[in-house]
Design a protein around this ligand. Structure first.
Ligand code: GLY
Ligand code: MN
Length: 499
């Protein structure tokens, strides 16, 4: 049972964890203390003196001009990684030499705020987060001055997926300190790539909850006559009600029929609002988020519970790519080569299926893979679903050619403790097929009549969460994957198989 550390919140047990109670997972605060120690150790080797790391946590975003905020506040990921603090408006510092952590929280003195939001004292935060040095944000200058840092290391960098900058810490009085923003980003982003045992156990949990949600939805949708958003709702309910996951890692993609060929379906213009017919193919790509730790699982199956010949053909082609990719994932292998392998296996299957003709290696070298799978083979996963560290200046090469490789979110060499999504896919997207048919090089591999048959088919994507181990990889995803297993599951069998 959760023992309450304060009268206002039940999510913290007495033994120092982030926890939603019941059978949900206890995330030990030690996880974040370990991260701070890793960071301090790394920085102490490269920065002289007595440097302090200074990070600014996330702030509530107002909902346009209103006095409401976006539901629900989600902590900034670098700050979460370092401190595990879920409240908004905070700052944190780490003394690199002693390893001591400092937390700065907003001072809530306004009566209106106290009445509407409640009040948290310094002692509340100190007890919850096992951090002795907790002060108000308006005391930062004084507290940091008294601590005598030789330099404040702040976070300046650009996310290689979005191209957006991180929010560098600023506070009134910072100009009185020596500040260096050139070191921290690369170091902390690189540390975030390699997950500790504690982090891996949370990512495993959130993937198991997501897998359970998918399995539930597969049975729920059987026979069709459900709206896509009803499937989304079943998933959200499972993840929150059973798993304690108040948020999802990204907007749920619940696509059916032609919509399965829209890669990021589910956004505001296409809000999972189609009625699923009994003969539709479904592609559901959904992942829960537990205290910021993200999962991403993608399942593809027929609403009828029984694959048609064409659905089976394309599904098994993607599954062959998924199996080959998983088998190849181990330390020392280049992610670019994994992507190329996935493309080659898929294209080889499409040759066997008589949609293409020629040599899959030659096809891949001219970028035909990107016509059928116009995204990379996957990405890092952690506190962000597209986790950081894919391209750091210390980690060449940059995004490259040919077509397809340029979409990769990382080109790093796989190493133990990396956690990734693998997501091979095959879509029939008119605009890309038209482009390929007009292209002198690509068109010679296509069999136009066969391609024509699959226009409007949609697409298949299979998304698994894996962790790289010493000699290979483990798969945390627990959903039926083969055609036979999917059909059995949807028929109400194999209840114990995926526990
Ligand atoms: N699976 C969602 C994404 O990678 O964007
Ligand atoms: Mn993904």
């Amino acid at each position: 049972m959760a023992l309450l550390a304060s009268s206002t919140s039940g999510i913290f047990s007495s033994c120092g964890s982030l926890w939603m109670g019941g059978d949900t997972f206890e995330v030990p605060l030690e996880l974040f203390a370990v991260n701070r120690r890793r960071l301090a150790k790394r920085l102490s080797r490269i920065v002289d003196g007595r440097p302090f790391v200074l990070l600014q946590g996330g702030s509530e975003l107002p909902f346009y001009d209103t006095d409401l905020t976006y539901h629900v506040f989600r902590q900034e990921s670098f700050f979460m990684w370092t401190f595990g603090v879920i409240e908004s408006g905070c700052y944190g510092a780490v003394d690199v030499i002693s390893g001591s952590a400092y937390l700065f929280i907003p001072r809530i003195s306004d009566k209106y705020q106290i009445v509407w939001m409640g009040v948290r004292t310094l002692e509340d935060f100190s007890g919850r987060y096992n951090i002795r040095n907790v002060h108000y944000c308006d005391e930062m200058e004084k507290v940091l001055h008294n601590a005598h840092p030789s330099v404040l290391l702040t976070l300046k960098g650009v996310n290689s997926d979005s191209g957006l900058p991180v929010n560098e810490a600023k506070f009134p009085g910072i100009e009185k300190f020596s500040v260096d923003n050139t070191i921290l980003y690369e170091e902390i982003a690189d540390l975030r790539v390699f997950k500790t045992d504690l982090e891996i156990s949370v990512l495993k949990y959130v993937t198991e909850i997501s897998s359970e949600g998918h399995r539930k939805v597969m049975r729920y949708v059987k026979g069709g006559n459900k709206f896509e958003y009803q499937c989304e709702s079943e998933f959200l309910h499972h993840c929150y009600s059973v798993g304690g996951c108040r948020q999802v890692a990204y907007t749920s993609i619940c696509a059916s029929a032609r919509n399965t060929a829209i890669l990021q379906y589910g956004h505001a213009d296409s809000p999972n609002d189609k009625m699923i017919e009994s003969d539709d193919l479904c592609l559901f790509d959904m992942g829960a988020s537990y205290f910021g730790f993200c999962s991403s699982v993608g399942c593809c199956f027929p609403a009828s519970g029984k694959f048609t010949a064409d659905q089976k053909l394309i599904y098994e082609a993607v599954l062959a790519a998924s199996c080959a990719v998983f088998k190849a994932c181990k330390p020392g292998v280049k992610w670019v080569d994994i992507h190329i392998l996935g493309n080659q296996v898929l294209l080889g299957e499409l040759v066997k299926a008589k949609l293409l003709k020629g040599d899959p290696e030659a096809m891949t070298s001219v970028g035909l893979g990107a016509i059928f799978q116009p995204h990379g083979i996957g990405h890092f996963l952690g506190l962000d679903v597209h986790d950081v560290g894919g391209y750091l200046s210390s980690q060449p090469p940059r995004r490259g050619e040919p077509r397809g490789i340029d979409k990769l979110r990382t080109a790093r060499v796989l190493q133990e403790r990396m956690v990734l999504c693998i997501e091979p896919a095959c879509y029939f997207i008119d605009v890309l097929l038209d482009e390929a048919l007009k292209d002198a090089v690509l068109s010679k591999f296509l069999i136009p009549e066969a391609i024509a048959r699959f226009r409007g088919f949609g697409g298949v994507r299979i998304v698994d969460v894996i962790a790289i181990t010493k000699n290979g990889a483990v798969n945390f995803t627990k959903v039926p994957r083969t055609v036979k297993d999917i059909e059995k599951w949807m028929a109400g069998k194999d209840d114990k198989k995926y526990k």
